[in-house]
Design a protein around this ligand. Structure first.
Ligand code: FAS
Ligand code: PHB
Length: 393
C-alpha cells in the first residue's frame, strides 16, 4: 500500500473541495483531493449559474477569478413575473450597489481544476472505495483503491466535500447528527440550449401552469427550467414540448422574445431542503452539499458551499498559525448560522413561486399574496434583494 502524508485530506473535487484546496495552498497548507469520478465527469456536470459577490471574491483570492471576470455577466437585478405581469427587482438600487455574476458552475470547476493541476497540487481522480478512518484521533486517515492498488493518505484533518450522496456524512455516528429535511412535490426540468436569452436578466415566472426560470450562460446559450413532477423522465419531453411550455409560462408581452434553439442538455433536478447538524466530528469537517441542500430557486447551493469553505479555511489556517482550536470548534455553528438563513430564503422563494399540488386553496392564496406583497413593497423587495445578492459571511 502506498502511503502519503498531507495536512488536509479532501474528499470530493466539486466546487467545495477544489476551492478549499486552492485557498489552503495560498496559505501554505498542503492538501490532497480524492475524487471518485474522472475529470471529464466532474467538468461535465451542469449545475449552478449565479455567483454571489462573496463567492467571486473567494475565487479571486484563490487565484482563479480571471476568466469569471472576463466572461461572467454582471446582473444588477432580476425579473419576477406573475402570469402576464413582469416586475423588476433592482438589486443594485435596493442594496446600495450589490449585484450577482452569472457564470456557470461548470466553468468555476474547470478554472479550479486547471489551477490545481497547474500549481502541481495533488488531485487524484478515479479513486475507488474512498474510506475515512480514525476521525476521533489526531491522526485521521483516508484509504482508497486505484488501478487495483491500495493507497492511504495520512493527514491532520479531513474535509468531507463529497456532496449529498458522498460518504463523509455517513462516517459521523448517526446518533450524533440531527437531520432536517423537506422534500418538495415537484422538480425542475432543466435545459441548456443554443439560443439568446429572453431578457437581459433572469426571469423567475410564477404561472398557473407551473414555475419556470429563464436563465443564461452567455448571450448565445440559455439555461431554462420548467417545474415538473419530481419523477419526470426528461425523455418524455421533446424539445418542441419544452419550448412550447416555456413560452406559455412567460407574460404575453414576452412570449415572442423566446427564441428556440438546439437543446444540448436536458435533465431533471429533484427539490429538497436538507441540513445536517453538526458539520464537524473530531477531525472530520463537512462542507457544501455533503452537509446541506437547498432548492435552487434562491441560487444558493454553490454559494453556500463557498461560505462554508471560507469559514473552514479560516479555521484550519488559524490552527496551523496559532495552534488555536477556536476556529475549528466554532466552524459548525458559524457555518450553520448562515446556512439556515439561506435555507429560509430558498424555501421562501420556492414557496412563493411554485404550484404546490399538495397544498390546500387557502395555502395557495397565502403564497400568492406573499409574492404580491413583496412586489408591491420596497421593504419586501429589499429583503429579497439582500438575500439574493448574498448575506455577509
Ligand atoms: P458536489 O456534489 O458538486 O461535488 C461533490 C464531489 O464529490 C463530486 O465530484 C463527486 O463525484 C465527489 N464524490 C462523491 N462521493 C465521493 C466519494 N465517496 N469519494 C470521492 N469523491 C466523491 N445550485 C445552485 O445554486 N443553482 C442551481 O441551479 C443548481 N442546480 C443543481 C442541479 C443539480 C442536478 C444538483 C445535484 C445540484 C444543483 N445545485 C444548484 C447545487 C449545486 O450547485 C451544489 O450546491 C454544488 O455542486 C455544491 O458543491 P459541492 O459541495 O462541491 O458538491
Ligand atoms: C442557473 O442559471 O442555473 C440558475 C440561476 C438561478 C437559479 C437557479 C439556477 O435560482
Amino acid at each position: 500500500m502506498s502511503v502519503t502524508h498531507t495536512q488536509v485530506g479532501i474528499v470530493g473535487s466539486g466546487p467545495a473541495g477544489l476551492l478549499l484546496a486552492q485557498l489552503l495552498d495560498k496559505a501554505g497548507v498542503s492538501s490532497i483531493i480524492l475524487e471518485r469520478k474522472d475529470r471529464a465527469y466532474v467538468e461535465g456536470r451542469i449545475r449552478a449559474g449565479v455567483l454571489e459577490q462573496g463567492t467571486v471574491d473567494l475565487l479571486n483570492e484563490a487565484g482563479v477569478g480571471e476568466r469569471c471576470a472576463r466572461e461572467g455577466m454582471v446582473h444588477k437585478g432580476c425579473y419576477i413575473s406573475i402570469e402576464d405581469e413582469r416586475f423588476e427587482i433592482n438589486f443594485e438600487e435596493l442594496t446600495g450597489g450589490k449585484h450577482v455574476v452569472v457564470y456557470g458552475q461548470t466553468e468555476v470547476t474547470k478554472d479550479l481544476i486547471n489551477a490545481r493541476l497547474a500549481s502541481g497540487g495533488d488531485l487524484r481522480f478515479d479513486c475507488d472505495n474512498v474510506a475515512i478512518h480514525d476521525i476521533e484521533t489526531d491522526k485521521p486517515r483516508l484509504t482508497y483503491q486505484k488501478d487495483g492498488a491500495a493507497h492511504e493518505v495520512q493527514c491532520d484533518f479531513i474535509a468531507g466535500c463529497d456532496g449529498f450522496h458522498g460518504i463523509a456524512r455517513q462516517t459521523i455516528p448517526a446518533d450524533l447528527l440531527k437531520i432536517y429535511e423537506r422534500v418538495y412535490p415537484f422538480g425542475w426540468l432543466g435545459i441548456l440550449a443554443e439560443a439568446p436569452p429572453v431578457a437581459d436578466e433572469l426571469i423567475y415566472a410564477r404561472h398557473t401552469r407551473g414555475f419556470a426560470l429563464y436563465s443564461m450562460r452567455s448571450t448565445k446559450v440559455v439555461r431554462h427550467y420548467i417545474q415538473c413532477l419530481p419523477d419526470t423522465d426528461p425523455d418524455d419531453w421533446s424539445d418542441d414540448r419544452i419550448w412550447d411550455e416555456l413560452r406559455l409560462r412567460l407574460p404575453q408581452a414576452d412570449q415572442d422574445k423566446l427564441v428556440t434553439g438546439r437543446v444540448f442538455e436536458k435533465s431533471v433536478t429533484p427539490m429538497r431542503s436538507f441540513v445536517c447538524e453538526k458539520m464537524r466530528h473530531g477531525r472530520l469537517f463537512l462542507a457544501g452539499d455533503a452537509a446541506h441542500i437547498v432548492p435552487p430557486t434562491g441560487a444558493k447551493g454553490l454559494n453556500l458551499a463557498a461560505s462554508d469553505i471560507y469559514y473552514l479555511r479560516n479555521a484550519i489556517v488559524s490552527y496551523y498559525k496559532t495552534k488555536s482550536q477556536d476556529g475549528l470548534d466554532t466552524y459548525s455553528d458559524k457555518a450553520l448560522a448562515r446556512i439556515w438563513k439561506a435555507q429560509r430564503f430558498s424555501w421562501w422563494m420556492t414557496s412563493m413561486l411554485h404550484n404546490f399540488s399538495t397544498s390546500d386553496d387557502f395555502d395557495a392564496r397565502v403564497r400568492g399574496a406573499e409574492l404580491a406583497y413583496i412586489l408591491s413593497s420596497r421593504a419586501g423587495q429589499t429583503s429579497l434583494a439582500e438575500n439574493y445578492v448574498g448575506l455577509p459571511f
